[in-house]
Design a protein around this ligand. Structure first.
Ligand code: MG
Ligand code: MG
Length: 248
């Protein structure tokens, strides 16, 4: 069942989303070569808590940290630890917050130092695919319109669209119905309605769309070792079109 949100609930979700967005702004200013991913995670947790919110991922199904930090060929769900971020890395950070009982969920990929042209283009296209998907988050569209728009932008650039992991509804739970795939056809899926809130999150690979999970049980990596990028926003469907809730 898809749970619709009232305008008042959407405003609470906007505040939860703003906590995450401000945390991303903090990361943009601080992420650098030589920093360990656990040091970055500590800063994330402190920034979330300093805004009166809780880090949603900490303890979620046993996840041990506040941020998922995934570098280069790591797609999502990387566990922070003593790995140092290097010049030329692309670092995907996924963060969730809980504020007044509602969740915010967003992800960004950061370039550290000088990155290759191919990584730069991968990041650009992933952002474009997210924006194309968000633009279809309008009432009376089918859910598949979002999926198809993301897929079209990514595949036109020759990239692999991850299929094993998808976006999701979000509200009083981090993962609600419906699932939001990043591939599919525009005429399939539920009809979008005002009050739906969706986390739209393309995970786009430079090479194959295929992924595998590492023995730690969390970290998802590309099957061919090529880099991957991940951008995500929490988006409400309103009478006036898509409303991105994870902005600062
Ligand atoms: Mg996320
Ligand atoms: Mg998500």
């Amino acid at each position: 069942m898809v749970i619709l949100k009232t305008p008042e609930e959407i405003e609470i979700m906007r505040r939860a989303g703003r906590v995450v967005a401000k945390t991303f702004d903090m990361i943009a200013e601080n992420i650098k070569e030589g920093m360990t991913t656990s040091a970055l995670d500590e800063m994330v947790e402190e920034t979330i808590r300093s805004q009166g919110a809780l880090p949603a991922f900490k303890g979620y199904q046993g996840f041990p940290a506040s941020a998922c930090i995934s570098i280069n060929d790591e797609v999502v769900h990387g566990i922070p630890g003593n790995r140092e971020i290097k010049d030329g890395d692309i670092v995907s950070v996924d963060i969730g917050s809980i504020l007044d009982g509602f969740y915010g969920d967003s992800a960004r990929t950061y370039a550290v130092g000088e990155i290759s042209e191919e990584k730069k283009k991968l990041m650009d296209v992933t952002v474009k695919s997210l924006n194309a998907g968000i633009d279809k988050a309008r009432k009376n569209n089918r859910l598949g319109a979002i999926s198809a728009a993301v897929q079209e932008v990514a595949e036109a650039a020759g990239y692999g669209v991850v299929r094993q992991l998808v976006g999701h509804g979000i509200g009083r739970a981090m993962h609600e119905e419906p699932q939001v795939p990043n591939f599919g056809s525009a005429d399939e899926g539920v009809q979008l309605e005002v009050g739906m809130v969706l986390a739209i999150e393309p995970m786009i690979n430079l090479g194959t769309h295929r992924v595998k999970t590492m023995p730690d049980g969390w970290t998802v990596v590309t099957a061919d070792g090529m880099p991957s990028a991940h951008f995500e926003h929490t988006v409400a469907i309103t009478e006036n079109g898509p409303d991105i809730l994870t902005l600062s």
